[in-house]
Each structure stands twice: as C-alpha cells, then as structure tokens.
Write a protein that binds this ligand. Structure first.
Ligand code: GLA
Length: 377
C-alpha cells in the first residue's frame, strides 16, 4: 500500500468531517430559551455592537438562545442623559427596537444608581452641591422622561440599583446624603406613574449574605407598605466558584419569595479566576494590580477547570430549577467569555471564562450541564 495515496485523502476527509460535525452540532445545538421555556425567561445583557448587528458570531447566537435582554450600558444615566440639557436616546432606541423585533422581553437597567451617573446631577450651576428639592426634581424628571419614552415597550425596570451596603444599611450615596431615605420611595413612585404597567424591580449584589439580605427584605417590606407594587428582586448573581453555597442561594430565593415578589437572577456569571480579594462585593470601583499568578489561563482553560465550572453551573441551575415557581428570569451578564466585564474587573487585562459560550461563541461544557438540568422539565 502506498502511504502517500492514503494519507492525503484521509487528512482531507478528516478536515471535512470536522467541518461537517461542527455544522451539524451548530444546527443541532439546543437552545437555552427552549430548554427553559416552561420554567423561566433566559436572557443576556447586550453591548451596543450586539444589538446593532456588529457582534460577530454573537449576532446569530443571541436570538437563537435568549428570549429576554438587558442593556449593559446604554440606559444608564451617563449614557442617556450626559448633561443637564440633553438626552441621547439613539442607542437606547436601537436596543429597544432590537428586542421588539426579536420578540424578546426587554428590560430597562437602570434608573437610579451611585455609579455611571455624571457629577453634574449632584451639583448646581455654580458647582456647589445641590439641595434636596432640586435633586428630587432632577431625579423625577429623568425617570419620567426615560420611562415614558419606552412605555409599553420596556416591560420591567431596575428602578434602584445597589442602594444597600454589605451590613444591610442604606448605602451612603449622594442620593441618600442629599435627599434622604425617601429618594427610594420617590424613584419607584415616579417610575410607576410614568408606566403603570411596567414591572418594577430592586436589583443588588451579595443579597445572599444574611445582613444585606435582611436589609433588602426590610426595604421591600417598606416599599410594599407604602403602596409600591414591587414585582421582583434581582439577585445580580456575580458568583464565585465557592460562593454562594447552594443552600445559601436556596434560602435567599425563598426569603424573598415569602414577601410575595418574584426573584430574578439578573447579571449571572461565575468568576473562576484566582481572587484578587476575598470580598464578595461586585462593587464596580474595585481595581487591583495585574499579576501573572492572578491571570493563569491566558492560553486556554484546562479541562479540569472547565469541568469544575460545568459542575458549578449545574449546581446553580439545580437551585434555580428547584425554586422555579419563585423565579421569573435568569439573565447572564454578557453573551460570550470574550465580552464579559470580568476580563477587566477587578483587575484589568485578565482572560476570564465566566459564561456558557467561549470566545468563538461555541457552547462550553457548562452550557451542556445547564441544558442537562433543564432536560426533565
Ligand atoms: C453592576 C451593575 C451593572 C454592571 C455590572 C458590571 O452589577 O448593575 O450594570 O455595571 O455591575 O459590569
């Protein structure tokens, strides 16, 4: 037998088989939104490229996999209302239109937050701190303008984001310092008046930890007693490999459900990189020095770690599915590992692997384990 004749066609055949296999598996790839269609909505936060048809391989993945979207940045105050006299709606308009075209449940994120809000909001024309009434007016005007613009189209709003500190007390933000505690109530009242049919949410991180959870429960109860129809609490879900424990997550979901509100996982990702800090906070202003030992997987993820991530996702979705009557939505913060904020936080320049799709939009073993959890449903 002449080896030459045999090797060339075999190599070509092998490549053809790989391509055919990849095509077949892309076609046969199950969809998260179908797997969980009787369970909860499944979503992703999108950046501007992704809802403008410039997201590369994510462009076909997004409508195939998800039935709800959140805007990563375009509805934040600094994007939409950068100076006192101007609103810039073009990107947000495109985001909402994209979601409608795809028949998705469109989320608004976020109206009142202590980050990504320009300094001018808290200052008067002379650069001095603004007073309570003026800031209240400004906040109410902003909420009314933005919520009314998308009335009936944005179906649910993160009205207030991250109003609590880790000990469960109210965060000492400029909103609290200038207006006082009732800024929260006023924000929800304005949003409700601007679109009475939109769902109103409270969204925060590390609510799985008991002190902060207790603070959130007190906050929700207070809003309910003041007549605010809070529809759901958003657990951001910026998780680690070892936090929160499944039992802690389960307990948290049940504690909020007992208030008569739904629970949503709104910004899910799992950080498997070595921690720069032992804090469980997802405080966006944290920033640590890049060191090689904190960025070990620049050339790809070892299989053992890939499998550990798959197991972690299996456990998390196990808890979500167990609590499916209380959970209305699970949204990932990003689509592929490539565009996750965890490549830049809390250390800039790392290679992170927190999501279900890799840098080429291929499903990871974690995707398969999530689909497996959904199988019996
Ligand atoms: C917080 C915010 C999000 C986003 C993430 C990190 O969780 O709610 O809007 O900024 O941080 O990207």
């Amino acid at each position: 037998m002449k080896p030459y004749c045999l090797t060339v066609p075999l190599t070509q055949l092998a490549s053809l088989a790989i391509i055919a296999g990849a095509l077949a598996s892309a076609q046969a790839q199950p969809a998260l939104k179908d797997a969980f269609k009787n369970t909860f909505l499944i979503g992703a936060a999108l950046n501007e490229d992704q809802f403008s048809g410039k997201g590369g391989c994510a462009d076909s993945l997004i409508p195939a996999q998800f039935n709800t979207i959140s805007p990563e940045n375009v509805l934040k105050w600094e994007s939409i209302h950068p100076d006192p006299r101007h609103y810039r709606f073009s990107s947000a308009d495109r985001y909402v239109k994209y979601g409608e075209k795809q028949g998705m449940f469109v989320i608004g994120h976020t109206l009142v937050w202590h980050h990504q809000t320009p300094d001018w909001v808290f200052l008067d024309g002379t650069g001095a701190p603004i007073g309570r009434e003026a800031l209240l007016n400004r906040m109410e005007e902003h909420i009314t303008k933005v919520v009314k613009r998308y009335r009936g189209r944005i179906r649910g709003w993160d009205v207030v984001n991250e109003a609590l500190s880790e000990d469960g007390t109210l965060r000492d933000s400029s909103w609290l310092k200038i207006i006082g505690e009732d800024y929260i109530l006023k924000a929800y009242q304005s949003a409700h008046a601007a679109d009475p049919k939109a769902e109103l949410y409270y969204n925060d991180y590390s609510l799985e930890n008991a002190p902060k959870r207790a603070g959130a429960i007190a906050l929700i109860r207070k809003l309910q007693s003041q007549g605010i129809p809070i529809a759901a609490v958003g657990l951001q879900g910026h998780y680690k490999m070892d936090w929160p424990a499944p039992a802690q997550l389960d307990e948290t979901i049940q504690a909020f459900a007992a208030l008569g509100v739904k629970v949503m996982i709104t910004e899910l990702d799992v950080d498997l990189l070595p921690p720069a800090t032992h804090s469980q906070e997802a405080e966006v202003s944290m920033n640590f020095e890049l060191e090689a030992k904190l960025n070990p997987y620049t050339n790809g993820l070892p299989d053992s770690v890939q499998q550990a991530l798959a197991k972690r996702y299996e456990d998390l979705f196990g808890v979500f599915v167990e609590n499916r009557k209380s959970i209305s939505r699970v949204t990932f913060w990003g689509v592929t590992d490539d565009n996750s904020w965890l490549n830049g936080w809390p250390i800039k320049g790392r290679t992170s692997y927190p999501l279900l799709f890799d840098r080429q939009c291929r499903p990871k073993p974690a995707f398969d384990s999530v689909i497996r959890v959904a199988q019996p449903l």
